[in-house]
Write a protein that binds this ligand. Structure first.
Ligand code: ZN
Length: 529
């Protein structure tokens, strides 16, 4: 009965409590991950419905439109589907042709650039395929790649930092194409597999995408890209004088891996379907209050797109993308809410402006963020930092923060200071070879010279949550099981948002803009203003 006596003003303040924010947050996750959003595939009506919902939420919170068409920044893509059942491939060894089942023995990727209709070329193994001369390692040095298909494995030498290896992996297709290669085939060591091959085969039925503007593509012409079933790895190495088992053992131990001709060629006929499509980024602005600094922007980003649907799946056919990344987009809305002064909370007006950038086509290779970072709707030099949300991972208690990129820029000191003020420990990346720092949208900003951070729920070494993480990736990640029906931790997510909102404010209010540390590898992308 007592609650009827609480005055209205107190109710308003109570409504800004973490519980109320938590309710709004999980409701946003539920809406964005609902079956009627159909997995939010880039270019689909489901994506557009989700985008309209996010725009509505930003508008209601009083944010200003900062896209090229209101809150939207439309982006033109080409969608490419590899029709595996109508494609053929074979390994050619002397006069012998050993057929490969496309989509099963070898998955032909659909991103990066248009596939050639036909290809026949010698196979050349190039170890890890990493071009890192500045780190004293170059798998491409002295190798004649012209007219060849490069074959490479996962991992990299232990002596080189994870950040440099990650970058070299991200740029691999570009380096190979520049040296005249016609394509690349990746063969992951059994130990490096996150998603089982059977599920990768299913995911490969999805169309791929690249930007319609060739100037923004990594490879300008046609490009052959494939991954090879690791359980059939010996077929690639037969007759080379080496075995895949030997190579995999070296790679799993992060030891040097040799390069050598594989002594056979690959021939493939590839059927594709290509169509143009449009999908939009969303850009919303909280204007800054400082007369000078308001012209600068701190970006908080997160991708809205998901993997769509696959009608051929048994049972559940929708990739709802709840953790990946409805949670992240809901958190951008939650941070905007906490700044907005709604529900009786104190309104926040930072010195610099804060830009909420919700991007499309992350799952297609960071394409929406790549477009925004190259063609931003505010002057590029005015973007001082990016803090990115991509499945922060609300599946265990938040006891520590993992801030990927912490060691690269002055944002690391900010990340540590805010963590200390909230009683959170800083976590060390438990799986540096997972390349997480270049696997989401912050990387598009990094490549434009913008200091960035990618915060995640930390994982303590030896913690049982490592097993939760491993099982989630094997069973639900990029599968229909990543839906709302999971033990998503709401309170911890709100605390995580409090961390990011405090971090963004600290950066937005600091006298100086963030800078790369002098010894950071990623500093190379920064052009002096
Ligand atoms: Zn994601």
């Amino acid at each position: 009965m007592l609650r009827f006596l609480i005055p209205a003003a107190l109710l308003l303040i109570a409504a800004s409590s973490p519980e109320e924010r938590g309710k709004a947050w999980i409701n946003d996750v539920r809406v964005l991950a609902a079956d009627n959003m159909a997995g939010r595939l880039t270019g689909s009506p489901g994506y557009d419905r989700a985008a309209a919902y996010v725009v509505g939420r930003f508008k209601a919170l009083g944010l200003k439109p900062a896209g090229s068409q209101g809150f939207l920044q439309p982006v033109a893509f080409e969608q490419q589907q590899v029709l595996s059942e109508r494609s053929e491939a074979a390994l050619l060894n002397g006069g012998e042709a050993a057929p490969l089942i496309v989509g099963k023995d070898m998955i032909i990727g659909a991103g990066t650039a248009p596939r050639p209709a036909k290809i026949e070329a010698p196979l050349l193994f190039i170890g890890y395929g990493l071009h890192m001369p500045e780190a004293g390692h170059d798998d491409l040095a002295g190798v004649d790649l012209k007219g060849k298909i490069a074959v490479f494995t996962t991992g990299g030498p232990a002596s080189v930092s994870a950040a440099i290896k990650s970058h070299a992996r991200g740029e691999r297709a570009k380096y190979l194409a520049e040296r005249g290669a016609l394509g690349g085939i990746e063969i992951r060591t059994p130990k490096a597999i996150e998603i089982p091959w059977a599920r990768q085969m299913t995911i490969a039925r999805q169309p791929g995408m690249y930007l319609a503007d060739p100037a923004l593509r990594q490879v300008q012409g046609e490009w052959f890209a494939a991954t090879f079933d690791p359980t059939q790895g010996e077929r690639l190495f037969a007759g080379s004088g080496h075995s895949f088992a030997e190579i995999a053992a070296l790679a799993d131990a992060s030891k040097p891996v040799p390069g050598f001709p594989l002594g056979q060629s690959m021939r493939a006929t590839i059927a594709t379907k290509i169509q143009p499509l449009m999908s939009a980024n969303i850009v919303a602005k909280l204007p800054g209050r400082d007369r000078k600094l308001a012209a600068e922007h701190v970006v908080i980003s997160g991708h809205l797109d998901g993997l769509g649907m696959d009608p051929a799946l048994p049972g559940d056919t929708i990739y709802n993308g709840a953790i990946d990344n409805a949670t992240g987009v809901a958190s951008l809305i939650d941070i905007a809410t906490s700044y907005s002064g709604r529900y009786g909370a104190k309104r926040v007006r930072p010195k610099r402006s804060i830009l909420f950038v919700v991007v499309t086509a992350e799952e297609k290779g960071l394409l929406g963020s790549h477009y925004f970072a190259n063609r931003p709707t505010v002057p590029k030099a005015s973007i001082v930092a990016d803090i990115n949300y991509d499945m922060p991972y609300a599946l265990w208690p938040l006891t520590s923060m993992l801030a990927l990129g912490e060691g690269e820029s002055t944002l690391g000191a900010d990340a540590r200071a805010v963590a200390a003020s909230m009683g959170l420990a800083m976590a060390v990346d438990p799986l540096p070879d997972r390349n997480t720092f270049i696997r989401s949208d912050q990387y598009s900003f990094i490549r434009q010279g913008i200091p960035s951070l990618f915060p995640k729920f930390g994982l303590a070494p030896g913690s049982p949550d490592l097993e939760t993480d491993r099982r989630w990736r094997a069973e639900r990640y990029h599968g229909p099981g990543d839906d709302i029906d999971q033990p998503i931790r709401v309170e911890d997510s709100i605390r995580f948002d409090d961390y990011v909102s405090a971090l963004a404010l600290r950066v937005a209010n600091a006298p100086a803009r963030p800078a790369w540390l002098p010894d950071s590898f990623f500093r190379r992308f920064a052009t002096s203003p």
